[in-house]
Write a protein that binds this ligand. Structure first.
Ligand SMILES: [Zn+2]
Length: 80
């Protein structure tokens, strides 16, 4: 799978740890839909101490509506 850089385990990541160079990808296990979310969008209206693992449970796939086992992946945006 996609593993790059020195990113802490996703369970340890809190919204407050995300920076603008982080790219958040949400993957739906049911339909395979992948959605890219800006870290700043994800953190909007949510407290900084929210952990990504807590957020995963609240996600809903935009394509099929699945709410279970959606995965949040954090990667580094490529520097251009
Ligand atoms: Zn889906």
């Amino acid at each position: 799978m996609e593993q790059k850089g020195n990113i802490p385990p996703r369970y340890a990541i809190r919204l407050g740890d995300l920076r603008h160079w982080h790219v958040v990808t949400v993957t739906c296990p049911t339909c395979g839909h992948k959605g890219r979310v800006e870290a700043t969008t994800l953190g909007r209206s949510r407290p900084d101490h929210t952990r990504l693992m807590d957020l995963e449970r609240k996600l809903r796939c935009r394509q099929c509506g699945n709410r279970e086992d959606n995965r949040i992946l954090v990667s580094m945006a490529s520097r251009e």
